[in-house]
Ligand binder design. Structure first.
Ligand SMILES: C[S@@+](CC[C@H](N)C(=O)[O-])C[C@H]1O[C@@H](n2cnc3c(N)ncnc32)[C@H](O)[C@@H]1O
Ligand code: SF4
Length: 374
């Protein structure tokens, strides 16, 4: 494996105003979170990880949650000061923060921009009142539109919107109405997720009535056509962007790049010598803040899982990954790996020759291809 594997930084902010019934992220309802203390803990994590894994500039930074837009910019200052001072980020680094329209605050947005954050990912989910209510969201459509406008005023010209479809009671027409708003707002990056029912969520214990299979199919195909017609290219299972506007941070995950994970429950992935290790920090924010050791727990990835882990990510990209990249990230011989593990997929015409990329047929049956890997 080469030592030039790009390294990104993920920072987890674990609190939300209210827990959404579909969400299994490490997010906790809390009215007055200890942001300042948390900001200091993030800095301790950074120091610990840089000492342990070496100091390499980050190719991108992502503050995810939870609801990072709850965090006052001042509480993030110690972390960003260290990142700038130590030359770990510069003006060209993509730095994204996830925001919930129910927490909109122009002062916060301007403060994030001043820290060097240059991309906002807004969790809108829908612009229709019945859907927002069914999803237990804390905001209305007007808050979402206003947040986009305020983000532009604050100087964000890279904005992603998260939408969900296949939500309780949603018709294909309602899903298209959401996409029309995306077009009217001139959004250049869209994450369009189909609702999944996850264990340990309120929707799992008390399942809502979801649209039937034919509505889901109609939504998917009409939605996909609509998004592409507005000039956004489908580049990953759920991601669409104007060419050049792809989320560099997420592409690094899909290309099996490295990343450090700071904050409660944050995961990391690092290549150390010829080993890949996964890291995870204490999950619950209270335990995380009371810990005595700031080091993340490490677990080496078994060498016989490396190829599958790399491709479970890489094949989610429409363009897939090259054999060269596969070799750089795993140390494995791509030809040999393919012959031993993906002969069936090749036989069925699900993969392009000479590259780890789904064919149009393979793309339609991507889950089937991914199952062959595990
Ligand atoms: C961490 S949240 C984003 C920011 C912020 N917490 C918010 O919700 O406004 C990441 C995104 O994942 C998507 N998501 C979460 N749970 C999901 C589920 N069960 N099915 C599909 N998409 C989901 C939502 O679109 C959500 O915006
Ligand atoms: S979807 Fe976002 S706002 Fe809702 S609970 Fe999850 S992290 Fe919090």
């Amino acid at each position: 494996m080469t030592s030039t594997i790009p390294r990104a930084l993920y920072v987890h902010i674990p609190w939300c105003v209210r827990k959404c019934p579909y969400c299994d992220f490490n997010s906790h309802e809390q009215s007055d979170p200890p942001f300042e203390r948390y900001g200091q803990a993030l800095l301790t994590d950074l120091d610990t990880d840089l000492t342990r894994y070496g100091e390499v500039p980050f190719t991108s930074v992502f503050l995810g949650g939870g609801t990072p837009s709850l965090m006052p910019p001042e509480a993030l200052w110690p972390l960003f000061d260290a990142l700038h001072r130590r030359g770990l980020i510069d003006l060209s680094t993509e730095i994204t923060l996830e925001a919930n329209p129910g927490t909109r605050d122009l002062g916060h947005l301007s403060g994030y921009r001043a820290l060097g954050i240059n991309r906002l990912s807004i969790g809108v989910q829908s612009f229709q009142a019945p859907q927002l209510e069914a999803l237990g969201r804390i905001h209305n459509a007007e808050d979402a539109r206003a947040m986009v406008a305020e983000a532009k005023v604050a100087g964000f010209d890279r904005i992603n919107i998260d939408l969900m479809h296949g939500t309780p009671g949603q018709t294909a027409e309602a899903a298209l109405a959401d996409l029309q708003v995306i077009e009217a707002l001139g959004i250049r990056h869209l994450s369009w997720y189909q609702l999944t029912i996850e264990a340990n969520t309120a929707f799992y214990s008390s399942p809502p009535k979801l649209p039937d299979e034919s509505t889901l199919e109609a939504t998917d195909s009409a939605g996909h056509q609509f998004i592409e017609a507005m000039g956004l290219v489908h580049y990953e299972v759920s991601a669409y962007a104007v060419p050049g506007e792809e989320a560099r941070h997420n592409v690094n995950y899909w290309e099996f790049g490295d990343y450090l994970g700071l904050g409660a429950g944050a995961h990391g992935k690092l290549t150390v010598g010829d080993q890949v290790i996964r890291t995870q920090r204490t999950r619950h924010p209270r335990h995380y803040l009371n810990r005595v050791d700031s080091a993340a727990q490490e677990s080496p990835l078994p060498p016989d899982h490396l190829g599958a882990e790399c491709l479970l990510n890489g094949l989610r990209l429409k363009a897939g990954i090259s054999e060269k990249l596969f070799h750089e990230r795993t140390g494995l011989d791509p030809i040999h790996y393919r012959r031993a593990n993906l002969a069936k997929a090749d036989e069925l015409g699900l993969l392009e020759p000479g590259r780890f990329q789904a064919t149009p047929l393979g793309w339609r049956h991507l889950n089937h291809v991914l199952e062959m890997l595990v």
